[in-house]
Design a protein around this ligand. Structure first.
Ligand code: BDP
Length: 649
């Protein structure tokens, strides 16, 4: 259909729809998109788009008092009816019908209202316009080049961007930031003289209800405007930004807003001028406000040159220490975008305490679909269950709201690129889809979402394929956790590219990512009583739960506590034996998943199957390497033999 049918929504997914008589009422560009989708299905599968007379599917824009992205769906007397107040809602309604498949035309049911729980569901692309000498074109990208940029410019052929917009609409994503948060010189100019390239991308995404955002450098008034300062309280600086915003909106009338990484990992920010991050964010919010845009201000601010001997400068504390005191100071048009954990997208982290500490701030939760620390799309690691745990976490305990209720927006760092399978590892598509659906409904069951992805990607898959896909994906995040860094301690990766094990890879560097393993024990003491005090950044009951090694959940033990190797976990095993056993288990699980996948060879398109099979070879190799390095390291460090005699000194 679009030439890129290697993801969800291949033509076959529209089969049940094509055989019908469909009436579409409404006008506007997004209704046009709905019309095109249905017309294509009819061309292929029969059926027709009718202007009057009888019909069995009605897709209608009405004044039903629905919100911008809402739709209703009902079936009565052999007719399925979808209504919405505009084309955007109608498009979501159409994709709902596609998800239901034949079921959409079976039996009857009363009117259901569907609406997203969050206002904004965004993908951040860490794409460089020009290839960066160290980071390549897509920073932490494992799926080929950028979908938007090529050879230093916006692409000329946007067919793939169009197909991308369609995939995003079908999982509910409504915003995309098209460039890297680390803004280099070329990319900075997208804000000014190169805004036309951004406008061209926005034109392609608009018919799918996806708004375009841009990452900008805080130093833009200096580096682009020639001013001597970027001080956010300086009138000339504020006027420069206001003028820049006017130019942007002249080119992209529905522009979403700016994304900013400031005072972080070398990016400029308000600290240079002795101003707060609220001052910085509010200045940009003021520039965007007249046009209805927002600024996404990232809370990923920490000292990346800290002294590894000094435990009081705990990186985990940084976001809270910087931002919690600013609660209530951010303007309405400023969104604080908070990484889901306090460190950096590790396979296991506690939920960031910032998310429970800023009730008067508009918050977005940021997750990482690109698998920087979770196998780099060479290992299968479906993150649905992890994200779902984060969104279900209740910072004030059972009686308080969940993170999914506190956050008004969800953001993921995208894992897509110009790879023929979109995501390098074809099964990593499930992460992109799951993110969109969890962003729409944070309390959705991720395994049901996975069912949807399977149904939409492999329409009419036989039960053996559905079971096989669940078998390799369902537990893949925990499998990855088992053979990599243990018990929440994090990192242990090779420095720079972050792929593959290196137990001490970051142990003596200034990035603040330490495990403190010695001959007696391992882990970071983040208790208030004897450690960095990080545990006290949580409200009760969590501050109490995390404070003591006796109550801290096993999977986070080494994040919060330094314990002897003989410390007994609530599972009944010692820490050292847990490390040994789970490394063996993780490898066995990866080997099993490889076998299951091999057994699906007759059910999956050959190129698709082969790509995944090739990735499984690397995953099993990598898992064994992790097991052997981690186990050897701890055997030598601790001198404690493996209870099962598998490890030799
Ligand atoms: C880290 C990445 C780095 C990003 C940074 C960020 O290693 O490339 O620039 O996050 O989120 O995970 O800004």
């Amino acid at each position: 259909m679009n030439g890129f049918d290697t993801a969800w929504l291949p033509p076959e997914a529209f089969g049940p729809l094509g055989a019908r008589r469909t009436l579409i009422r409404g006008s506007g560009p997004l209704v046009g998109t709905v019309r095109d989708e249905v017309a294509r299905a009819c061309e292929r599968f029969g059926g027709e788009v009718v202007r009057d007379g009888s019909y069995d599917l009605l897709l209608e824009v009405t004044d039903g008092g629905l919100g911008a992205e809402e739709f209703t769906c009902a079936r009565e007397g052999g007719t399925t009816t979808v209504t919405a107040s505009n084309g955007h809602g109608l498009l979501y309604g159409l994709f709902h019908v596609v998800r239901l498949g034949a079921q959409a035309f079976t039996g009857g049911w009363p009117r259901e209202v569907h609406r997203p729980a969050t206002e904004l569901r965004m993908l951040d692309h860490w794409d460089n316009v020009a290839v960066h000498p160290v980071m390549g074109q897509v920073e932490r990208g494992y799926a080929g080049g950028s979908l938007f940029w090529r050879e230093g410019r916006a692409r000329e052929d946007f067919a793939r961007v169009r197909a991308y917009g369609r995939l995003l609409a079908a999982c509910g994503i409504n915003a995309v930031c098209v460039n890297n948060v680390n803004v280099h010189a070329v990319e900075a100019r997208l804000l000014t003289d190169r805004i036309g390239e951004v406008a061209a991308i926005a034109d392609v995404l608009r018919p799918y209800g996806v708004r375009t955002h841009l990452a900008v450098t805080f130093a833009a008034p200096v580096v682009l405007g020639g001013l001597s300062t970027a001080d956010p309280l300086e009138p000339a600086v504020r006027e420069w930004w206001a003028a820049a915003a006017r130019t942007v909106y002249a080119a992209v009338p529905d522009f979403g807003g700016f994304v900013v990484k400031a005072d972080s990992e070398g990016q400029p920010g308000p600290f240079t001028y002795g101003r707060s991050h609220a001052d910085g964010a509010n200045m940009l919010a003021a520039a965007l406000a007249p046009h209805g845009g927002t600024v996404h201000w990232r809370a990923f601010v920490y000292d990346h040159r800290q002294d590894w001997r000094d435990r009081t400068t705990d990186r985990a504390r940084a976001a809270y220490d910087h931002f919690a005191p600013l609660d209530g100071e951010f303007a309405a048009g400023a969104v604080l975008q908070v990484k889901h954990g306090p460190m950096d997208f590790q396979v296991r982290e506690p939920v960031s305490p910032v998310l429970g500490a800023m009730p008067r701030t508009r918050l977005a939760v940021e997750v990482q679909a690109t698998q920087e620390y979770t196998g780099q799309q060479r290992h299968v690691c479906w993150l649905g269950p992890m994200w779902s745990e984060v969104l279900g976490f209740r910072p004030e305990g059972e009686s308080g709201p969940s993170v999914g209720e506190l956050a008004r927006e969800l953001v993921a760092v995208s894992n897509a690129g110009d790879d023929p399978f979109w995501t390098g590892h074809p099964l990593a598509q499930a992460n992109l889809y799951t993110f969109g659906r969890l962003a729409w409904r944070p309390d959705a069951d991720p395994y049901r979402v996975l069912d949807e992805w399977i149904g939409l990607t492999f329409p009419s898959a036989p039960a053996r394929l559905v079971e096989g896909l669940h078998a390799v994906l369902d537990g893949s995040w925990r499998t990855y956790e088992k053979y990599t860094a243990p018990l929440g301690v994090g990192f242990m990766v090779q420095s720079g590219h972050h792929y593959g094990p290196s137990v001490d890879g970051y142990e003596y560097s200034p990035w603040g990512t330490y495990h403190f393993a010695d001959r007696d024990g391992i882990g970071v003491d983040r208790s208030a009583a004897t450690g960095t005090g990080y545990a006290a950044q949580y409200a009760e009951p969590w501050s109490g739960v995390y404070e003591s090694a006796g109550t801290c959940p096993d999977e986070l033990l080494l994040f919060f506590h330094h314990v002897p190797y003989g410390h007994v976990l609530s599972s009944g095993r010692t820490v050292i034996q847990h490390i040994y056993d789970t490394r063996f288990d993780g490898v066995a699980e990866a080997e099993k998943a490889r076998r299951v996948w091999a057994g699906l060879v007759d059910l999956v398109e050959p190129a698709w199957h082969a790509r995944v099979a090739e990735r499984f070879e690397e995953q099993v190799r990598g898992a064994r390497e992790w097991r052997d390095q981690v186990n050897s390291y701890f055997l030598r460090k601790s001198g404690v033999p493996d209870a099962h005699g598998r490890l030799i000194h």
